[in-house]
Design a binder for this molecule. Structure first.
Ligand code: SF4
Ligand code: SF4
Length: 381
């Protein structure tokens, strides 16, 4: 049975496409953006997340781990020292994304069905639990992966929900059934379902079949994509995708590689192909101070967007080609996730753009410059 690996499903979302939406976050990403606010999306396999604030030091996780990946109490910091400037939080993946870029279709990612985790059960921190001070436990994520799968014994053993498996396996039918519960909201609001990630096309067969099933049921579909996949994978979902939310991180290839771990050539080429195919696209540009939010780069974004508008043709019907550009101000909402995954956040000390003293003015100016492309420019989205 065809399954996909997801790390979250958000209902009633007002972001990531028009109207009220269900956003399905799939695991696996070919990029390693320094500013990524969903680091749990990056790896294409389930992984363990540890919340120090929930830990009451029962030690049961340490006892049950078959590979000794959960350390006993230690007063040492579990957090690695900061990365050297410009280095990526995780090495860019070579397998299976190299195959993906080369055009191979990957099968569904296999994963063990994990027990319901605290976020699925809707459970929250019990009253009376308090953050641990001083001593901490530490998960050795590499050692945890040595079994070839996340066994989840520590999660089951923890009485306080301090551990969870990030990555749940679901079938297409399960996701469709869950999404259709909100069909009335989609109809009334012009909403639908968005596949996000990570990169949804890191699981291309699952993504295509899910989109097809939703489309067959007249549900509006959107895909948020890095564009860093082989063209045949994008082409395969074209008939079932009503809107592409297409990320543009940096238009200079060398800088793109430094910031994300990969060149932008495939991304640029695919953007043009989608525009020429008449796909409805919203370009999404993160505004990262000191990296891509300066005037010169924003002018390049405006020029690139204008070139895609032209590529769609002068007679492109309304709603085809680039319909809008969204600028996404840098924020720190994902910072704690790095800590829970035992990783270092390279931009952990960079203030959110909205919080910066001149943030509003910089956002206003960015919008003004990018509006030169001739399409509406929105902040956020
Ligand atoms: S998932 Fe299994 S191997 Fe990994 S830390 Fe927990 S008990 Fe150990
Ligand atoms: S493309 Fe998105 S999910 Fe992937 S690393 Fe960059 S920000 Fe994270």
């Amino acid at each position: 049975m065809l399954t996909g690996l997801m790390f979250d499903v958000q209902r009633y979302s007002l972001h990531d496409g028009p109207g009220i939406r269900t956003v399905v976050f799939l695991k696996g990403c070919p990029l390693r953006c320094l500013w990524c606010c969903n680091p749990e999306s990056q790896r294409p396999e389930p992984e363990i997340e540890f919340r120090e604030s929930h830990c009451q030091q029962s030690g049961r996780c340490t006892e049950v781990c078959p590979v000794g990946a959960v350390s006993p109490l230690s007063s040492a910091s579990p957090h690695p020292s900061p990365l050297p400037e410009g280095s990526l939080p995780l090495p860019p993946p070579t397998v299976p994304f190299a195959a993906l870029r080369a055009g191979a279709e990957l099968g569904p990612i296999r994963g063990e069905a994990a027990p319901l985790s605290w976020w699925e059960r809707g459970a929250d921190l019990s009253p009376g639990l308090s953050p641990t001070r001083g001593e901490v436990r530490k998960i050795d994520h590499e050692r945890c992966g040595r079994l070839g799968k996340v066994c989840g014994r520590c999660v089951e053993a923890c009485p306080n929900g301090a551990l969870r498996v990030v990555g749940q396996t679901r079938t297409v039918d399960e996701v469709v059934a869950a999404a259709l519960r909100d069909a009335a909201y989609y109809r009334r609001s012009g909403g639908g379902v968005t596949l996000s990630g990570g990169e949804p096309l890191a699981q291309p067969v699952f993504a295509r079949e899910l989109l097809r099933a939703l489309h067959d049921r007249n549900v509006h579909t959107a895909v948020e994509t890095t564009g860093c996949v082989s063209w045949p994978l994008l082409e395969a979902i074209l008939p079932y995708t009503d809107l592409f939310l297409y990320d543009i991180k940096h238009l200079d290839s060398a800088t793109h590689r430094r910031l994300t771990g990969v060149s932008n050539q495939t991304i640029r080429d695919n953007a043009r192909r989608l525009a020429e195919a008449g796909a409805a696209m919203i370009l999404r540009v993160p505004l990262i101070p000191g990296h891509n939010a300066h005037d010169d780069h924003l002018r390049a974004v405006a020029d690139f967007a204008a070139s895609l508008v032209a590529a769609a043709g002068v007679d492109a019907s309304p709603g085809r080609g680039v319909v809008e550009v969204h600028l996404m101000p840098f924020h720190q909402l994902g910072k704690d996730k790095y800590r829970r995954l035992g990783r270092t956040y390279a931009l952990g000390d960079l203030p959110g753009l909205r919080e910066a003293p001149d943030g509003s003015e910089r956002i206003r100016r960015a919008r003004e410059i990018v509006a030169g492309c001739g399409r509406p420019v929105l902040i956020g989205g």
